[in-house]
Design a protein around this ligand. Sequence first.
Ligand code: PRP
Length: 212
Amino acid sequence: MRYLTFALGKGRLAQKTLEMFEQIGITCEEMKDKNSRKLIFVNEELKLKFFLSKGPDVPTYVEYGAADIGIVGRDTIMEEGRKLYEVLDLGFGKCNMCVCGPESARDLLQHNQQIRVATKYPNIAKDYFYNKKHQTVEIIKLNGSIELAPIVGLSEVIVDIVETGATLRENGLGVLEEVCPLSARMVVNQVSMKMENERITKIINSLKGVIR
Ligand code: PRP
């Protein structure tokens, strides 16, 4: 039997993902060691391999077949636009992609003014403003702490993930428009889905049984 390989995005979703796998009997003890610098983990019994990568790289590994299965946020799937199958909503990591900014930016948005939009998600932002709203904006790509942009005058608004809303509140910003809901998803390589259909379907069905 060949190994099935899982790519997990580092960070917020990884812990919850491992907990969910544990509930369906897929465990990987050595992965829990936070001090380890090891990159890939094996469960010999079940013939499974797991690795952690940067979230945005998960769809890349899955499209090329270096991983059969990936667990990643819908934001990343949308932003990367890779060829893969999205097979399951895991029901955790729920949050929203939103246009945010100071209350004063609401007018600019509504009156179709030429505005600057800072974001870690330029493709999602473009799709939203150009294709859905038919509004011309300037997109500025940032890599984190996006909420800084309107505060220091880099942009009028941001397109970013809002979970609890605490980051916005503590910085005098708010949600101006909702782009779409997000959550953790399971994605599968298109060839793996055919070649390993039985094993993968079994995993999907087991996960369905523990999704709340
Ligand atoms: C994310 C997101 C917001 C924040 C939202 O950033 O970009 O900044 O979390 O969460 P909240 O609504 O619960 O406050 P993250 O902490 O992942 O880091 P980043 O700013 O480096 O992207």
